[in-house]
Write a protein that binds this ligand. Structure first.
Ligand code: ADP
Ligand code: MG
Length: 697
């Protein structure tokens, strides 16, 4: 069959619903999806029945409420459709109630103290706007129902609930602004997202021979072979055949469940690749990205490969990120970040871009912390870009337009003359405002903003609920101002001037990777939150609590609970890394080095006995002995600080201790060990090297 015929065959999408639901129910469900009315039990009953019939025809035996707890992974508990009857037989059953709500015993998911274990009940609630789909694992087919996961009193225990809440908040405020600008037809504004996913592939046997990759997702030791990525010969290069076969399988799996996987290419580092789907609604795109990550990992195993989603699996070559392309669209098809073809559309475009500029400048720490995790600390603010400083790339043309309006300057290009912002006099904006800048963490790319800091392994829910909320907050103020305005053109002009004067310090079109920019940013007063542990506490700042509670994304308690969860997770991860580094050093690497040193000593003795010179070998032996000594001491010290870290109380203090003492000590241990690797014969090194991991495919 033509390959596009498989698209969506395992998704309960719009066309299946239209085919299988009675017209009235289909219409009702569409209204529920667009937020116009609430789901009734009667409607749920009919939908559940249709979904069950469809799933059973496709060979499903089970269904699951699929949710995204705070672990950053997804969770599922499978129930079969089977229901025994009194006569010893069984029928298949799936009620509306089972579709709408589930009650997993959820006491073991992180809740940050929101849900004491004796109140272990958690509820999953169907996300009507994200299509159910069927997964096939081995011979088991399961109907997967995307859900939100909340506590007994509605506390958000997952990554989806705040995202859905933030989408609502954004829509409400954006519609107010559109109305004030004269748009009376759009009913909703939906945030849209297209995430570009980067990943590494390594051979599975090689992977399995490395304890660090298995337990921490990254190499804790390892030095680069003579060649790294400096020749830039991998980026957009020919995709290796083995990888191409893998990608073909991945695409087929994604297409079947309705994930529009579109672009694939080699990335900068050896064995690094990227996959990007076509954008969709934020919540659906977030669900899809979780499935993309799972599918990459699962299919890799079938190809005897292992997919690494870690932000920094290898020192010395680029790490992986996720580019979160974000925009806002109306239900009647207008992309609010697309410069239109009429002056009226352009007016609205400039207002929404201004809102994003103000939001990003005002709430930069929130965006930064939404992209924070232990893995990303190796990229942001370390020796790799993008830097930890949030700045916006607008491109010369758009910057010029803003400056002209704000400062009354003539436009440097185009028609020239003073730019008046009257609806009647605003010149046509160029249709393609795309500029290319690869180093900006937050870039305008023609009809959307691309947030490039996101960690490759995490859910994109965080960056998106932050974006939605901060933009909603700013749009709210803009709406209040425009609603009162007597002269709309004058008000918009004033708004743009005001935003530009107060917030253009966040605009930076230059190279974000340089040390000069770090200094310049400091002069401008832009925050530089280098590590996760530094960034996260801003989540509980007064201003953060104010906006998240105001827009009903979180209560104060939910914020504090989440903050504790991420800090604790960080500490646990560093603990695992340190423990793993200690084991590898003391049980694998150092014994191997000692064996070799002893053998070398024997060789030297024999050579000298036969009257030969062995001074360079002696030097090598003494270097090895010294490095082994150094590493042994550091390994022992690492174990001591790691254990001491457990006695530090307070989530933030403990995370800081792990960062400053434990992580720092593990880094110190890496140094002599990476030097030893270069001195040891290949056969003696007890694990696969970077060469084996990165250059054999
Ligand atoms: P790049 O050159 O950065 O790879 P692409 O044109 O390939 O850029 O697009 C990257 C992503 O941006 C894709 O997932 C694409 O679907 C997404 N995208 C395009 N338009 C929008 C939009 N309006 N909202 C959100 N994402 C979008
Ligand atoms: Mg991109």
């Amino acid at each position: 069959m033509p390959f596009n015929d498989i698209y969506g065959i395992n998704a309960f999408g719009d066309s299946v619903m239209r085919d299988r639901l009675p017209k009235a129910i289909y219409k009702e469900l569409k209204s529920v999806q667009s937020g116009e009315c609430e789901l009734t039990n009667a409607c749920a009953e009919v939908v559940a029945n249709a979904m069950k019939d469809w799933a059973i025809e496709k060979g499903c035996t089970h269904y699951t409420h699929w949710f995204q707890p705070m672990t950053g992974l997804t969770a599922e508990k499978h129930d079969s459709f089977i229901s025994p009857t009194a006569d010893g037989l069984a029928i298949v059953e799936f009620s509306g109630k089972e579709l709408i709500q589930g009650e997993p015993d959820a006491s073991s998911f992180p809740s940050g103290g929101l849900r004491a274990t004796f109140e272990a009940r958690g509820y999953t609630a169907w996300d009507v706007t994200s299509p159910a789909f069927i997964t096939e694992e081995g011979n088991c087919k399961t109907l997967v129902i995307p859900t939100a996961f909340v506590g007994y009193h509605g506390e958000a225990l997952d990554k989806k609930t705040p995202l859905l809440r933030s989408m609502q908040a954004l829509s409400a405020q954006a519609i107010r602004v559109l109305r004030a600008l004269g748009n009376m037809s759009s009913k909703r504004v939906i945030s849209t997202v297209g995430p570009e996913q980067e990943y590494f592939l390594v051979d599975r046997e090689v992977f399995n021979a490395r304890q660090d990759l298995k337990f921490t997702g990254r190499t804790l030791f390892g030095s680069l072979p003579p060649k790294g990525q400096e020749l830039e010969d991998h980026y957009f290069g020919k995709i290796p055949e083995r990888v191409s076969a893998f990608m073909t399988d991945v695409n087929a799996e994604l297409w079947k469940i309705g994930i529009p996987s579109k672009t694939q290419h080699n990335e900068v580092a050896p064995n690094q690749f990227e996959l990007a789907p076509i954008y969709g609604f934020s919540n659906v795109a977030t669900d899809h990205n979780q499935m993309v990550m799972q599918t990459l990992k699962r299919v890799a195993k079938k190809h005897n490969l292992e997919c690494l989603l870690h932000e920094k699996p290898f020192r010395g070559v680029n790490g992986s990120g996720k580019h979160n392309n974000w925009s806002m669209g109306t239900d009647d098809g207008i992309n609010l970040l697309n410069p239109g073809s009429t002056p009226c559309e352009n007016l609205s475009f400039l207002v929404f871009v201004a809102a994003v500029i103000k939001a990003v400048d005002t709430y930069a720490p929130l965006l930064r912390l939404a992209a924070a995790n232990a893995g990303n600390d190796h990229r942001l603010g370390a020796n790799e870009a993008p830097p930890a400083i949030i700045s916006i790339f607008l491109g010369d043309q758009l910057q010029d337009i803003f400056e002209s309006i704000a400062l009354g300057k003539p436009l440097s290009q185009g028609a020239g003359g003073r730019l008046e912002l009257g609806v009647n006099t605003l010149p046509k904006l160029p249709q393609d405002l795309t500029d290319r800048n690869r180093t900006s963490p937050f870039a305008f790319t023609g009809n959307k903003f691309e947030f490039r800091m996101c960690p490759s392994s995490d859910s994109i829910s965080g960056p998106n609920f932050v974006m939605n909320t901060i933009v909603a907050e700013v749009l709210g103020d803009i709406a209040s101002m425009l609603e009162k305005a007597k002269d709309l053109n004058a008000a918009v002009h004033e708004l743009i001037s005001d935003v530009w004067k107060k917030h253009s310090k966040i605009i930076f079109n230059g190279n974000g990777y340089t040390e000069d920019w770090v200094k310049e940013a400091e002069k401008r007063g832009l925050p530089n939150l280098r590590t996760s542990v530094e960034a996260w506490p801003h989540f509980a700042s007064d201003e953060s609590v104010r906006i998240f509670t105001k827009h009903k994304i979180f209560t104060k308690e939910e914020i504090h609970a989440r903050l504790d969860i991420v800090l604790e997770k960080y500490s646990k991860q560093i603990n695992i890394e340190a423990s793993c580094a200690f084991e590898m050093a003391s049980r694998e690497i150092l014994p191997a080095c000692t064996d070799y040193a002893v053998e070398l000593a024997g060789q030297i003795a024999i050579l000298e006995e036969s009257g030969m010179k062995a001074s360079s070998l002696k030097k090598k032996l003494s270097d090895i002995a010294q490095l082994v000594e150094e590493a042994s001491t550091l390994a022992a010290e690492l174990e001591v600080v790691r254990l001491a870290a457990h006695d530090v109380s307070g989530a933030e203090e403990q995370a800081k201790f792990f960062r400053d003492k434990v992580f720092a000590k593990a880094e110190a241990l890496r140094q002599p060990i990476d030097k030893l690797e270069k001195l040891m014969p290949k056969d003696y090194w007890p694990m696969p090297t970077y060469e084996d991991l990165l250059f054999t495919m």
